[in-house]
Ligand binder design. Structure first.
Ligand SMILES: *[C@@H]1O[C@H](CO)[C@@H](O)[C@H](O)[C@H]1NC(C)=O
Length: 364
């Protein structure tokens, strides 16, 4: 009985360790607030401040956006125009389905198969933004985000992403120099993360979307780039943070993103792709604390049930063993049936007939 309990607890422990290991990065996201790499408001000169021109500018002056074709829908034109008008000295690139595929086919042919096979168009729209940042550098902005002020101060960081609620980072506005190791790791992680999770929302989020980017961001900061990059035969290559400022990924916090008058962006509304399962996920995002607690509760109840069933099986075994003993004392052949029983459940096999008898004496 005691040995059974030990093995039972060990197996449970192993299962729990395995589960925690497999979702470890997701768990670390829950406590990650990005503050260690946050772009502090004091670093950012006020709009039109002469200080802006004194800062070194690393990121090239390119604004990237994506849409299916060149005809941007009416509802996003205002947002799009706000960014273009404010940045006349910036190059503007609108990546369409056709030009996106063209870039992948010519510059990243190893990715074309995955790119073409994505089941959701938004996955291609997600993926292409990482590739253009990796290839050209610049600032990517979602079409529904408009500019609230010039983005020049954000050119001073080798790479930046933006913090999002409830956790992690988003991929709707990001900036980077070309060939930054973070975005190199991101594009090299797309194939390993290309999995179907049944719910389209989860699949998009975790294969190419913000959750994917957040997880890679965590891995990058932990300096574990080599594990994911190795599939290209270049272990520990560019997708690794060497700890220097050049490799650091800074984080634009909510206030500086769009919450304050001096923020860089303005929200023009409308997520373009959220399906019917999105409402549920948003709800889950808001109530993750409750859900985590319920998860542990359910796990506990399931554990108890398994333990109870396990106990019943043991009891049954003991009854059968007793029954066997009665029959044996009558027929005088208990050794044979005892051996048969022992073979059926090896855990309870006694090393010697002495051990077996000892238990019987206790039980009677
Ligand atoms: C551009 O793409 C949108 C969305 O897929 C579509 O509704 C529209 O007809 C396309 N416009 C042109 C000119 O092809």
């Amino acid at each position: 009985m005691r040995r059974g309990l030990t093995i039972f607890l060990l197996i449970n422990l192993l299962i729990i360790i395995f589960l925690i290991r497999s979702v470890f990065t997701l768990l670390t996201l829950l406590i990650e607030d990005g503050s260690a790499d946050a772009i502090h408001p004091a670093e950012i000169p006020a709009p039109n401040s002469p200080l802006i021109d004194d800062r070194k500018q690393l990121i090239p002056k390119i604004i990237h956006q994506t849409y299916a074709n060149d005809t941007v829908p009416e509802r996003w034109r205002e947002a799009q125009k706000s960014c273009i008008d404010m940045h006349e000295d910036y190059e503007y690139k609108l990546w369409t389905d056709a030009s996106s595929r063209e870039l992948i086919a010519t510059e990243y042919p190893w990715f074309l198969g995955t790119f073409d096979n994505y089941s959701q168009p938004i996955q291609r729209a997600d993926a292409i933004r990482y590739f253009v940042l990796n290839r050209f550098g610049g600032i990517y902005i979602d079409l529904d985000a408009g500019c609230n002020r010039r983005l020049d101060p954000l050119l001073s960081y080798p790479a930046w992403v933006r913090r999002t609620d409830p956790t992690g980072i988003s991929n709707d506005a990001m900036g980077s120099i070309a060939n930054h190791p973070f975005f190199t790791l991101v594009i090299e992680s797309l194939i390993p993360y290309d999995r179907n999770w049944k719910l389209p929302y989860i699949t998009v989020m975790y294969s190419t979307g913000p959750l994917f980017l957040s997880v890679i961001w965590q891995e990058y900061k932990r300096g574990r780039g080599s594990e994911v990059t190795s599939f290209l035969g270049t272990p520990g290559s560019s997708g690794r943070w060497d700890g220097t400022e050049d490799h650091r990924v800074r984080v634009l916090m909510g206030d500086e993103y769009n919450k304050q008058p001096w923020a860089f962006f303005r929200w023009y509304g409308g997520s373009s792709w959220h399906g019917s399962d999105a409402q549920l996920i948003f709800w889950m995002g808001k109530h993750w604390m409750l859900l985590t607690a319920s998860g542990f509760l359910v796990a506990g109840v399931v554990g108890l049930c398994i333990w109870w069933i396990y106990g019943r099986v043991l009891l049954l075994g003991q009854r059968r063993r007793k029954g066997g003993k009665c029959a044996d004392s009558n027929s005088n052949s208990w050794g044979a049936s005892g051996t048969a029983w022992a073979q059926r459940i090896p855990l309870w096999r006694r090393g010697s007939s002495n051990g077996y008898e000892l238990i019987e004496r206790h039980e009677v």
